[in-house]
Ligand binder design. Sequence first.
Ligand code: ADP
Ligand SMILES: Cc1cn([C@H]2C[C@H](O)[C@@H](COP(=O)(O)O)O2)c(=O)[nH]c1=O
Length: 690
Amino acid sequence: MKSLMSASPFSLHLSKATPFGVFSLASKSSSNLIPTILQSSISLHTKPRMILPKFPIFSIHNRRLQSESSGSSSDGEIHVIVGPMFAGKTTTLLRRIQCESENGRLSQAVGLLWGTGLGVDSGTYALLLQECIYRKEYKKGRRIHAQMVVVRFIPNEYLKTKLLILYAKLGDLETAKILFHILSVKSLISWNAMIAGYIQKGLDGMGLHVYYKMRENGMKPDQYTFASVFRACATLATLEHGKRVHGVMIKSHIEENVVVNSALIDMYFKCCSISDGHLVFDKSLSRNVITWTALISGYGQHGRVMEVLESFSRMKNEGLRPNDVTFLAVLCACSHGGLVDEGWDYFLSMTRDYGIRPRGQHYAAMVDLLGRAGRLQEAYDFILKSPCMDHSGIWGALLGACRIHGDIDMIKLAAKKFFELEPENSGKYVVLSNAYATHGFWNNVAEVRLMMRNTGLQKEPGYSRIWVQNNVHYFLKGDESHHQSVEIYELINEMSCVLNDVGCFLVIHHFYGLLCRSVAVIKSNKDTRYRLDSIVTHDGMKLPCSALANLSSFRQKFGPDAYDKLDVIGIDEAQFFDDLYDFCREAADHDGKIIIVAGLDGDYLRKSFGSVLHIIPLANSVTKLNARCEICGKRAFFTLRKTEEIQTELIGGADVYMPVCRQHYVGGQVALDAARILSETQKVECGAYA
Ligand SMILES: Nc1ncnc2c1ncn2[C@@H]1O[C@H](COP(=O)(O)OP(=O)(O)O)[C@@H](O)[C@H]1O
Ligand SMILES: Cc1cn([C@H]2C[C@H](O)[C@@H](COP(=O)(O)O)O2)c(=O)[nH]c1=O
């Protein structure tokens, strides 16, 4: 039934705001609403160009209908962010809010477009295509193009270029090429898209060829062109072309750009021209972490371990913070140089000093480091303790190390884990086969060869499955084998007619409505540290907000209609809201809102603060953050009050509070308690003498 569903992956409902009988378009993909739509259309829309389904394919959920009519976009979610002061709760809240607001419903927007069966204006198509490109949802972009073709919409030059970019990024270069050729004016953007498309697909030679064609056509390259072409020259290790393009860049007098410079440094290093790489680096006026990382990785590629470590330390001395890529280069260098202890130090420093959480690749580099040094058991134990046991790279690294030092059991174990995660990685089968061969296990070599043959098997085609009255129905793409396929396709056609009828209501703001979620942020009006109209993090990030005494007044104050249209609600300083539980439950369960709550879980006495902890049972997710202990720099879980006030609520920042680790909380609290007792005693004694 997949085909049936995908014919109308959007829902319609009777809008509260619109007059009875007029449809408004809503967002949630609810194939189970289709009978409702059809019935509503018959009775209210009075264009009965359809048949009612003869069998009850879908069930109808009324609650979902209600929440859709409230304009909200989700099933309702609650996410809670807690921790001591300075842990980054407000920062995280702001990031999540931004993320949620951008994370609109592209799928539904594309579904909506398909459902209408009509063409929309170029601006709407451009908006949707742009969103697909921006969000890297290229397949959705292709669906938009398919819809254009179906409704016989002729794209203008601007849209053709957008489509070209989309196909180039998708890696469908044949289609991109066709679009490129039919462009009457080939802009620099379209040339750049073609060049980048080939290079991203690994067709670096073609990318370079298109670059020369572009030059022949008299086009002047820009930073995007150079960044792509240097990348191609680096991969092809073609110093001659790299230098030639570098010459063009110098003559073009383009503004210095760190991305281009980094690509250039990388190109020289990959073309084995270390001195040129270094020269470009030295001459770079503006260096940032990317430029430094290009240099560090460059040295790493040539096994210049000492230069890697020296550059890394110079970079830090210049006050730049390394990022995860820099650390990866450093860890790989340590691995190649056999510097196990140094590798450990860098690995630990990532989180401790820079708050960078190592990813699978960093763990893999550590496994490689330990494995190459012959410390296979340690590498294995490290994997077991790592949080990314499902990252194929770490097992691949262990397997690679086993080739040199491993015993048969470890080889088998690493191979088993690796191929569970990446069954079709033919390259690693070769590694495994070689590992067995190195140790003379010829039977195992034969087994691996058999496995390799098996991986050549074609994957089963995907299918859709639907249950109807205890019967399971399977559908393949374009499938007509179902005994009711004639009726099913008839129904699809009828549905398309109904959807066409409402297509005239499709206007651009529906797409905007779908693509951008509407968001509101609330904070407690008790927090008077900053202006009441914005929440501000300890390092100055800001977002406008409503400051309220309680949450129950929010709907009324915000306006019921505006509230209904809200998708996401952020709540900061949640510890100050007594009605937090009821508000969150109602807003998520009933109104379908996404609620993101940030607040202190504990007060300065480490006692549960307000009702923040009460909402944990309601939550989809809970994130506990920590700060840095002001005294020792270790992870801080608690907030120490520096003053002697004892009321729970006391507004203040670093003047009154400091984040501390357990050790310094306990020590600090004892010290503060002693100070308090002393001052109380003194007060009593003074009173007695007075
Ligand atoms: N001791 C500290 N530990 C961690 N961050 C701190 C500390 N002191 C100041 N900060 C700053 O505070 C920022 C977090 O601010 P914010 O998100 O407002 O925290 P919260 O809402 O949890 O109090 C950090 O990004 C950092 O720049
Ligand atoms: C520990 C503690 C804190 N507060 C107050 C102090 C601040 O005004 C807020 C916390 O703000 P932040 O954004 O998390 O930094 O809460 C309090 O009243 N009582 C306490 O015990």
